[in-house]
Design a protein around this ligand. Sequence first.
Ligand SMILES: [Zn+2]
Ligand SMILES: [Zn+2]
Ligand SMILES: [Zn+2]
Length: 243
Amino acid sequence: MKCHFCHKEINGKYYIDQWGHNICASHMDKKEVTMCTSCGAFTENSPLHDGRCLCNNCKSSVISTHSEISASLTYVKNLLVSVGFDFGTCNIDNIPIEIVSARRMAEIQNTSISTNNKGVTRTETQMRGTFKSDMKVVGHTHNIYMLSDQSRLEFLGTLAHELLHVWQNEHDIKLSPMKCEGLCNMGSYLIYLTENSPIAQHYIKNLKESPDSIYGDGFRYVFAKYETSGWREIINRVNNNAL
Ligand SMILES: [Zn+2]
Ligand SMILES: [Zn+2]
Ligand SMILES: [Zn+2]
């Protein structure tokens, strides 16, 4: 068995990543090789300034330009609409999407820096009325912030998650944090399911196995409903406050 890194015959202890690459244990121990934060493959690339590390494959597909962002937005929106999400009068194509560092993301969310925060949606609700008591919602303005250096599929999955926050905010839907994030993660699931590649399967596994009590439990809760009744029923239930 040859080492994926030094290409020599492996002698003794070795590691295997989930893509079936074998490397001599010494490379990991000496930190010559680490694992791609995005896909879990071994990589000898040096880490980004925020501690993440991308393999060449993931790096080459990172979404960063204006045209890549707008093509991603159209793609994700169409998929969500195709399963029944109605964005009403909200012009999705005009939502400003800004790519930001982990530090900036933490400032926006007023939390500590974590590269697990891959996206955030900020919605401002405009109210109008003569008195405080008769204020009515007249519109919403959404802004989406995306963590930098996300590979294509990671970016699409995060964007689908954020667009389902937009959908909920646009319709003034108030779910518990667990159901809210679980529903948004179903948006990411839809993207990965459509892609149906080994890396997509990797992301689906992450969603299903997340130990997080909001994101993981939330996903499993909504996913169970999806498996028995499908998208339309989930959307109906949300609209009728019965998810
Ligand atoms: Zn080796
Ligand atoms: Zn990778
Ligand atoms: Zn969320």
